[in-house]
Design a protein around this ligand. Structure first.
Ligand SMILES: [Zn+2]
Length: 264
């Protein structure tokens, strides 16, 4: 995740933590119960404040996106590495990234240093959603804009659930950022790693957020996680099932909305 993100509001002093209970006891086998462990490793140069902030935000993320649903006696462990330098960063302008069952945070970067606590917390939630995507659908490559867009959408949604931000403020910010992307750069083109290229300001993340918002995940973050958990017949079928539209039909609809300036 890059550092570009809005911080429309100061954090309330005591955000209510209320992960909503599972809505429907439907046919799904999903048990929304957190079951994951962390191991934390920090470079010597990492401050105590950064360390405890990251630890706290990720533990909060687990409760906001309770994992796992698979019946698995083994509790997955996610390794968190907090780096004081940029040496191990794979892409420039990042503040954090996810590798195989691990999260890397680069607290020495300008991006992290320049971000406020809202952006930093949202970034940790974003990475946590990537971990869920990986645990649920590890081997299948789905479009990059969708991976980033669902992480971005679910992370801001979680910030809104906690009362840190208003959804309408986030959307307005993302619309503003996405409007400055060359209209010839269609969303479809960001199925590939091209998503990450020539995007110092992270505007492609805004476009991806709006694409997911346009999909209207009916049950919010649960729809998103369920989508990643249902790749058995390929992600294309899972997409249509989760969002009620095929990707082929979605693209032109979204581009029309985009051309109209993303009306609500
Ligand atoms: Zn990401």
């Amino acid at each position: 995740v890059t550092a570009t993100a809005p911080s429309p509001r100061p954090a309330p002093s005591s955000p209510a933590l209320a992960p909503s209970p599972a809505a429907t006891p439907s046919a799904s086998a999903i048990t929304w119960k957190p079951n994951v462990g962390f191991s934390f490793t920090s470079d010597d140069g990492v401050s105590r404040a950064d360390r405890s902030f990251i630890r706290n935000a990720l533990r909060q993320a687990v409760r906001l996106f309770p994992y796992p649903h698979r019946v698995d006696a083994r509790k997955p462990t996610v390794a968190v590495f907090i780096h004081s330098t940029n040496g191990e960063m794979t892409r420039p302008n990042e503040i954090a990234e996810v590798r195989t069952q691990s999260i890397h945070v680069f607290v020495g970067t300008k991006g992290w240093r320049g971000a406020g606590p809202i952006q930093q917390r949202q970034a940790m939630f974003h990475e946590w959603v990537h971990v869920l995507q990986q645990l649920e659908a590890s081997a299948i490559a789905s479009p990059v804009w969708l991976i980033e867009g669902t992480a971005e959408w679910a992370a801001w949604d979680a910030m809104a659930r906690l009362g840190f931000v208003e959804r309408s403020d986030i959307r307005a910010f993302e619309v503003q950022a996405a409007r400055s992307i060359d209209p010839d750069r269609r969303l479809r083109r960001f199925e590939s790693q091209a998503f990450y290229e020539h995007d110092r300001e992270g505007r492609n993340y805004a476009l991806a957020y709006l694409a997911v918002d346009f999909l209207h995940p009916r049950r919010g973050w649960r729809t998103i996680i369920r989508f990643y958990a249902s790749f058995v017949d390929g992600w294309q079928n899972a997409f249509a099932d989760a969002f009620g539209v095929s990707l082929t039909r979605f693209y032109p609809k979204f581009e029309r909305s985009r051309a109209a300036g993303f009306p609500p």
